[in-house]
Design a protein around this ligand. Structure first.
Ligand code: ADP
Ligand code: MG
Length: 253
């Protein structure tokens, strides 16, 4: 059974998509069977893999609309070695349409029932809002990985995320926070170090030892549709995500 992990945080720009993409690539490079699912109408993950969301017949939207069909029909293989269920730009209107469906929070979980047996890791990249797509991601996941940007208000977002996880536990009782990743760190500044220290004091072993630094290569890679591991394999960003993958594999095997 594959591990289903959701990269969740109800804020944009904290490194959800970058972490999904970069970790997914490393795991696939190591021979793991990896599926990435883009649940964000902005389709950053899809585009970051060099896939044009407007050229696709199916997206995660069709998967959510027809969960009994499974997910293979909407899965594309990418040159990066990971499989992808892409987002589409018209996902934005889909939320309303799905809102009327029975069991609307459990559509993704249902669609992945068979799929899970085919992969070692399924990483879910939800949008920054706590709407139906995020709820579907959380309800489909075994664990939440929380990317936390090292800036002043980083910890302020946690209570709301924890509350949401608590709510989702009513339908998915075994959902846990699997780990917290410190992202966009600038270890030359006191502020970044202080925030990191606060996060570690509050969350202890949940926080991965690896810290993801601010690295310009990480910002460049999606503009050419490549994961950092193939765009700049020796960059600080790529090395950090490889170390994070080591830790993840030690936790999940
Ligand atoms: P989210 O998915 O949480 O909105 P992203 O992963 O898309 O966040 O990151 C937001 C922006 O910051 C993107 O342009 C991305 O390329 C950039 N970025 C993410 N992580 C880093 C990093 N460690 N160093 C430099 N830029 C980064
Ligand atoms: Mg994103």
């Amino acid at each position: 059974m594959g591990h289903v992990l959701a990269l969740a945080m109800q804020k944009g720009g904290v490194g959800k998509t970058t972490t999904t993409l970069s970790l997914g690539f490393v795991l696939a490079e190591r021979g793991r069977r990896v599926l990435l699912i883009d649940l964000d109408p902005q389709a950053n993950l899809t585009q970051g893999l060099g896939v044009d969301p407007s050229a696709l017949e199916y997206s995660v939207y069709e998967v959510l609309l027809n969960p009994e069909r499974g997910s293979v029909f909407a899965t594309v293989t990418t040159s990066s070695g990971v499989d992808l269920i892409p987002s589409s730009l018209d996902l934005a209107g889909a939320e309303l349409e799905l809102a009327g469906k029975v069991g609307r929070e459990l559509l993704l979980r249902k669609a992945l029932r068979e799929t899970r047996t085919q992969y070692d890791y399924i990483l879910l990249d939800p949008p920054p809002s706590l709407g139906l797509f995020s709820l579907n991601a959380l309800a489909a996941a075994d664990a939440v990985l929380v990317p936390m940007q090292m800036h002043a208000y980083a910890l302020k977002a946690m209570p709301q995320l924890e509350q949401t996880i608590e709510l989702v536990r009513e339908i998915q009782p075994s959902l846990v926070i699997g780990g917290i990743v410190c992202t966009l760190a600038d270890r030359r500044t006191n502020l970044s170090l202080q925030i990191e220290q606060q996060v570690r004091e509050q969350y202890g072993d949940l926080v991965f030892t690896t810290v993801i630094p601010i690295n310009v290569k990480l910002a460049e890679a999606p503009t050419v549709g490549m994961p950092i591991g193939s765009y700049a394999p020796h960059s600080a960003g790529a090395l950090a995500y490889a170390a994070l993958a080591d830790e993840l594999e030690a936790r999940y095997g």
